[in-house]
Ligand binder design. Structure first.
Ligand code: FAD
Length: 457
């Protein structure tokens, strides 16, 4: 039994926790970082990084299938899933090694084991107590299911989907949000028949409606089936496969059912409520500066209600470390956090959709412009279509940027600067986008919003 003392104890070494630890030591604090699994958490081991490696393999498969379109003759011979796995694992392993090295080099003490909060200043790990003047909770999230929907066997979550050592011939995906459409996209590129089931009227329902509709058209063209606006009723499974029943009696037969209906906060049994922290449906409730109701205890990342994204977790981790150092860091509202969905075609957005902007600022106070990637040289060269939609307040700043098309995720950096700096289209219009780039599509959209379209009407 031992006691270790630090300025700050961080519970959970995923994106939020390790970012908090890295920034805190930079600011002169001593930090104990408690992690029961692997540093890097969901994002590095089961989320962002491995799924994007899979999506890259999928893209390479599609490019090789279509290469003759570009005058390059190749033969697509199929997917070697063991080699895909080795590539994916290699990327994760190298990033993991880098992260471990960084944490060590910065002088953060990592305490391995499962931690439990036993007082506002103390985390228990086995027989040891880890004490901090402040505690930052960052225990992350897990794949949720629906009431009555049992996970197991052929009913899998993204964790198992990632580790499959075969390519299913036919898959059903429950949930047309980010994780669902990303796996649907991968499996289709790998040769599977895919059906996505979504209870809301559109795929990626949190995105601008016109973008969702373009994704649906693109998926239809790719042969990805989907059933929208219909609820799941039940699933049975046997040694051959699953039969998914929908509320209208329709059925979908497949080899596997991926359940991608959202992620719950991983807080059960960790002592938070016993210490007096307000928890709502598993999520830790904080004020806007990420302080819980118990003085000295903060929370960051997926356990805090809102967007569950790695870069939000990084930002929140940095924010709390700076808050504790008295630096009065700047808040970024969830609406101004960029979001990317890495299916084919990609989707990227930041700020308000047109409907939400109309709601907030008044329908007659909002205008928008949608520029088709059909007019963008680089997109045509890459063989992609799609659009860039920008939303502004009349005589005011840009409040939303919404894009769909190959590689548009790489354009959202500009979009998030514009929205967060509250730039006016008139201020952006004179600035220059290199030609030929996909960034020019953003430039064209802002020129049009500023009343002087160049390659558009
Ligand atoms: C399939 C998938 C794809 C994704 N793709 C993207 C993407 O492309 N881009 C993006 O931005 N986000 C993506 N995400 C979301 C992203 O992974 C999360 O938002 C992010 O990991 C949240 O960080 P976190 O620090 O809150 O939690 P986590 O990363 O979940 O880390 C929590 C850590 O706490 C540890 N822990 C939990 N309880 C304890 C305990 N009691 N004691 C000690 N340690 C504990 C866990 O082991 C874990 O390491 C994806 C998620 C999934 C599932």
């Amino acid at each position: 039994m031992s006691e270790q003392k630090f300025d700050i104890v961080v519970l959970g070494g995923g994106s939020g926790g390790y970012a908090a630890a890295l920034r805190a030591v930079q600011l002169g604090f001593t930090v104990g970082l408690v992690e029961k699994g692997k540093l890097g958490g969901t994002c590095l081991h089961r989320g962002c990084i491995p799924t994007k490696a899979l999506l890259h393999s999928a893209e390479v498969a599609d490019v090789s299938r279509e290469s003759s379109k570009y005058g390059v003759n190749t033969t697509f011979e199929g997917i070697d899933i063991q080699a895909v796995t080795a590539y994916r694992q290699g990327i994760v392993a190298s990033k993991f090694k880098g992260l471990q090295g960084l944490i060590k080099a910065r002088g953060i003490t990592v305490i391995e084991g499962e931690g439990r909060l036993i007082s506002p200043t103390t985390v228990q790990v086995g027989d040891d107590t880890i004490v901090g003047k402040n505690v930052i909770l960052a225990t992350g999230s897990y794949s949720r299911s629906l009431p009555g929907l049992e996970l197991g066997g052929r009913v899998i979550t993204s964790e198992q989907a990632l580790e499959l050592d075969f390519i299913p011939k036919k898959v059903a995906v429950l949930g047309g949000g980010v994780i669902g459409v990303e796996f649907a996209s991968v499996w289709k590129s790998f040769g599977a028949e895919v059906t996505v089931i979504e209870a809301l009227p559109h795929l990626v329902p949190n995105e601008e409606e016109s973008i969702s509709k373009q994704l649906e058209r693109a998926f239809r063209k790719r042969g990805i089936d989907y059933k929208l606006g219909i609820r799941f009723q039940g699933v049975t499974q046997d040694e051959k496969g699953v039969v998914v029943t929908l509320e209208n009696g329709d059925t979908v037969e497949a080899e596997l059912l991926l359940v991608a209906v959202g992620r719950g906060a991983a807080t059960a049994g960790l002592g938070f409520e016993e210490v007096g922290i307000t928890v709502d449906r598993g999520f830790v409730i904080t004020n806007e500066r990420l302080a819980t109701n118990v003085p000295g205890v903060y929370a960051v990342g997926d356990i805090v209600p809102g967007l569950q994204l790695a870069h939000r977790s990084f930002q929140q981790g940095i924010f709390v470390a700076e808050e504790l150092a008295g630096l009065n860091p700047v808040l970024v509202e969830d609406v101004n956090i960029p979001k990317v969905t890495y299916c084919d075609p990609e989707i990227a957005s930041v700020g308000y959709t047109e409907a939400k902007a109309a709601n907030k600022f008044g329908a007659d106070q909002v205008t928008s412009y949608e520029y088709s990637l059909g007019g963008n040289g680089k997109s045509s060269i890459l063989g992609t279509t799609g659009s860039v939609k920008v939303v502004r307040v009349k005589d005011g700043p840009v409040v939303g940027v919404h894009m769909i098309g190959g590689r548009v995720g790489e354009l959202i950096g500009e979009g998030q600067l514009i929205v967060n700096w509250e730039a006016y289209p008139e201020e952006i219009a004179p600035l220059i986008h290199a030609h030929p780039t996909q960034n020019e599509a953003l430039g064209e959209a802002f020129l049009a919003l500023a009343g002087k379209p160049l390659h558009a009407m």
